[in-house]
Design a protein around this ligand. Structure first.
Ligand code: B12
Length: 242
């Protein structure tokens, strides 16, 4: 089945896009924005908003009709969500198996200062009505905050004897997240720790596939819930202890 976005009438392809150009606002940059829209397959492009950003940059919002369509039957979805384990079951299962608290260390690594996502997963308050990992009696959570260099995180992993390490990467400009995440894996491998910890990364532009590719046990993207992460940790811990 072929589908298109729609606005006024079904399958009219109506979309709105926005972008900035490295040109001052003027007739040339307006023409360039329309030409770019046409090249993107947007028919009848109209400029609905412009702004001079100063220093020879300009901003455009363009409305038009997308000519591309997508065959939804050809799409293969590989990310199947793992089932959630109930809060009380997680605490019971871990307590029965390990009879101690599981040490979780979390940080935002590199120069990344975005803490809201990591806090959403770790803090007792949680996210979207879902309690965070600090609320689970079987977890002992150490939230190291933001801008933790991978080398320092490694030290903390060793000092705190972490079972689980959660790292957040929100900034992906110039692939800085790939660099930071790879460095952390290499450091844990170098220290002979990789097989002893569960390493998880998260952030709005991360996926499970990318996480596995980079050598992580799991990866969580936009809108992840603490209960999904807690369930993943519980399942992984139990599998590893078999
Ligand atoms: C708030 C914010 C800031 C605040 C951060 C304050 C703080 N203490 O966190 C401040 C003002 C400091 C900031 C600064 C910058 N920001 Co900013 N920021 C945002 C903003 C508006 C919201 C982010 C947020 O809080 N989301 C809410 C949380 C709950 O969502 P989340 O992060 O996705 O987290 C969820 C999941 O991703 C996941 N998750 C996240 N981490 C983890 C970790 C683990 C282990 C797990 C399991 C799950 C998980 O679970 C969370 C809950 O579902 C976004 C734009 C946007 N609307 O998203 C830009 C945004 C993230 N920022 C951006 C940029 C570029 C910057 C700056 C570079 C800007 C600049 N030129 O100075 C600086 C960078 C500073 C630095 N050194 O990192 C870009 C990033 C683009 C990119 N892909 O690289 C964005 C997307 C804005 C944009 N559209 O350009 N920012």
């Amino acid at each position: 089945m072929l589908i298109k976005p729609y606005g006024d009438t079904f399958n009219d392809g109506a979309i709105q896009i926005s972008f900035s150009l490295p040109l001052p606002l003027g007739e040339k940059s307006k023409k360039a924005s329309l030409e770019l829209a046409l090249k993107m397959g947007i028919a009848n492009p109209k400029i609905t908003f412009t702004q001079d950003l100063g220093e020879d940059f300009s901003f455009f919002i363009i409305y038009g009709n997308l000519s591309h369509e997508i065959d939804i039957d050809s799409l293969k979805i590989s990310e199947v969500k793992e089932p959630i384990i109930d809060f009380w079951d997680i605490n019971r299962l871990i307590d029965e198996k390990f009879n101690r608290k599981i040490v979780i260390v979390g940080a935002t690594i590199g120069s990344d200062a975005h803490t809201v996502g990591l806090d959403a997963i770790l803090s007792a308050k949680g996210y979207a009505g879902d309690v965070g990992l600090e609320r689970y009696p079987v977890f002992q959570v150490h939230n190291l905050g933001s801008q933790v260099l991978p080398e320092l995180l490694l030290e903390q992993i060793m000092d705190l004897q972490a079972d689980v390490v959660l790292v957040s990467q929100v900034v992906t400009q110039k692939n800085i997240h790939i660099h930071n995440l790879t460095q952390l894996v290499e450091l844990t491998e170098g220290a002979g720790l990789r097989d002893h910890i569960i390493l998880i990364c998260g952030g709005p532009y991360l996926s499970k596939e990318l996480a596995l590719e980079l050598g992580y046990d799991g990866g969580f993207g936009a809108h992840s819930l603490p209960s999904e992460v807690a369930s993943f940790i519980a399942r992984r811990l139990l599998e590893k202890s078999k």
